[in-house]
Design a protein around this ligand. Structure first.
Ligand SMILES: [Zn+2]
Ligand SMILES: [Zn+2]
Length: 331
């Protein structure tokens, strides 16, 4: 099968013919239709995440069709079903985290497109227990960005509880999706971008944000919660400084530059800083239930599989107009 393969960090992916994988017990062989590109893919290619499987097939926002099912008495999928494959690929089900409904923190978790092969290829195999049925509302291209930007963004959003004034720092793919849910649920949304990025600020306002400005600005009222979507450490003290008492700053990314020091007074009065790691299957089920009701709209820009490096380079340079989605076996 055709695949784009990462041999080593900091090298471009190589277009290569590799053997088609075989589904083990409980696994699905999936013919990949589309796979969205995530910032995490960029972090892996750029060597910012340690110990990826190598050589590696990237990609953890996969939409495809079940082609074959590894031996299993009952599967929630049938041959021909459409399936979504997310970042969380496997957990042991028995560690202290798994047994306390925190499988996102599993000690032995495996991740699609990082520690197991993902969707930058014609076929992939995935543990059926971690795959999702996707809402009919979305076609194969529009559904792909929901599988990470949507799911992990949603987990970040849920950590903000019922915050009325919600800040978002960075307004990329995940923020754009989650802002739609926040507005649907009646939150007052304040968006902060790179200072001077008027275009992004306008798109946030067009979506319904009460205010959109530079991250060096303070909101007109204190925030009950803030989600940081950009991988920029100095945004943490900036967001913290804008919080009301008891507020929370949620860092939504897997990687961030170092966080500068800040006065304790900014954390005092029960303010909280937390990160969000991975996702649980429950996050996915909840998100796919609410997304078509909003309905959350995705904006995409498509590339053929073979142009994965072009998509990654444009992502790194900030030159994508929307979420990049690789077309693998388009319908
Ligand atoms: Zn576990
Ligand atoms: Zn991702």
């Amino acid at each position: 099968m055709r695949a784009m393969v990462l041999d080593k960090a900091k090298l471009p992916l190589q277009a290569r013919d590799v053997p088609k994988p075989k589904p083990g017990r409980g696994h699905l062989l999936v013919r990949v239709n589309s796979c969205a590109v995530c910032r995490t893919d960029l972090h892996v290619v750029d060597g910012e995440l340690s110990n990826p499987k190598l050589p590696l097939i990237l990609g953890h926002q996969i939409v495809g069709r079940v082609e074959e099912i590894g031996e299993e008495a009952h599967s929630k999928f049938q041959i021909g079903d459409r399936v979504g494959i997310p970042w969380l690929g496997w957990t042991d089900g028995e560690c202290v985290y798994c047994r306390s409904n925190r499988e996102n923190l599993c000690d032995r978790a495996r991740f699609t497109g990082y520690t197991i092969d993902g969707g930058y290829a014609e076929f992939t195999v995935a543990d059926a227990r971690f795959c999702f049925h996707l809402p009919e509302h979305y076609n194969d291209v529009d559904a792909a960005p929901l599988l990470c930007a949507g799911l992990i963004g949603y987990r970040s959003y849920r950590k903000t509880g019922n915050a009325r004034c919600l800040g978002m720092y960075g307004f990329g793919n995940a923020a754009h999706l989650i802002a739609q849910i926040a507005l649907y649920e009646g939150r007052d949304l304040f968006v902060f971008t790179r200072p001077g990025d008027v275009k992004t600020q306008q798109s946030a306002k067009a979506l319904g944000a009460k205010l959109a400005g530079g991250s060096d600005e303070m909101p007109p009222e204190k925030l009950d919660a803030a989600i940081i979507f950009a991988s920029v450490g100095p945004l943490v003290p900036a967001a913290l400084h804008a919080l009301a008492k008891g507020g929370i700053v949620v860092c939504g990314g897997i990687h961030m530059s170092d966080i500068p020091s800040f006065p304790y007074a900014d954390l005092w009065e029960e303010r909280v800083i937390t990160s969000v790691a991975n996702l649980t299957r429950r996050d996915g089920e909840e998100f796919f239930e609410i997304a078509p009701r909003v309905p959350v709209r995705t904006h995409t820009e498509t590339f053929p599989l073979e142009e994965a490096n072009v998509a990654l380079d444009r992502f790194r340079a900030g030159k994508l107009k929307a979420t990049a989605v690789l077309l693998v076996n388009p319908n």
